[in-house]
Write a protein that binds this ligand. Sequence first.
Ligand code: GLV
Ligand code: GLV
Length: 327
Amino acid sequence: GKYRVISTKSMPGTRWINLLIEQDCRVEICTQKKTILSVEDIIALIGNKCDGVIGQLTEDWGETLFSALSRAGGTAFSNMAVGYNNVDVNAATKYGVAVGNTPGVLTETTAELAASLSLAAARRIVEADEFMRAGLYDGWLPHLFVGNLLKGQTVGVIGAGRIGSAYARMMFLKANGEQPVTWKRASSMEEVLREADVISLHPILDKTTYHLVNKESLSKMKKEAILINCSRGPVVDEVALVEHLKENPMFRVGLDVFEDEPYMKPGLADMKNAIVVPHIASASKWTREGMATLAALNVLGKIKGYPVWSDPNRVEPFLNENAPPPA
Ligand code: GLV
Ligand code: GLV
């Protein structure tokens, strides 16, 4: 292969590898056993010559890595994720590196996890499962694991983009012949916090959404509300959330993401009114293979000069495509 492309992690499927190999690329997949690569690990991987990198959301793609990639002759980076809060796009632009992400292919899969967590939280499924496995079930009782009926309740979406809208559609599913469910655009976040029985968070993470859900916003929510987060951990003040869960046993959360991933804030793991899963919202086979393929196409497109954004699967151009060329 004429071009050297690195993937910092092994990724599902083979299509992404074949696409690169067919187009003159030599693909190197990092074999390091550790889950999260450090900046130093990645600099070593990049070495002296590297045309493009497919990286992961656990990696810190800032000034140091983009300058190293640029020095190695690299012009392309793709995150294998739709979120790119781990990527300093301005630094990439400064070093002449195009940045891609993988939107679209994970929309429905992520929304399905948010919907699953909503129902699981409402019906206390994880708590009930633990109870059953612990051998505590000694007969049907009128009070056993009584939860919330979601029918007719108000669902709030904060961050109604691709994923948030798909989640809303799923939660509004109705049987044939029933009255259509109504929806409205809330006039403020305050209104959503006050009125919704279930709130699902789907914004991007940036300065404006950091701790969007904090002590104050939690206090405005209904005491028996359900909060779902499949976006990014720091959108929620997790310490305030643990306090709120302690004080409001009927308040429930379903979390896919955490502020200090992979760690949880102290006390969260002990809360029976919390369901916690390890950042798996996009984890369907179809989606993960699609994300890998899109990431490869992003890198390939830049290296070969293809207009990849004309691909029907591709809903965004390179994030910094319209940025001025490096000085
Ligand atoms: C996963 O969290 C993603 O942003 O794709
Ligand atoms: C419960 O199992 C019922 O039959 O109501």
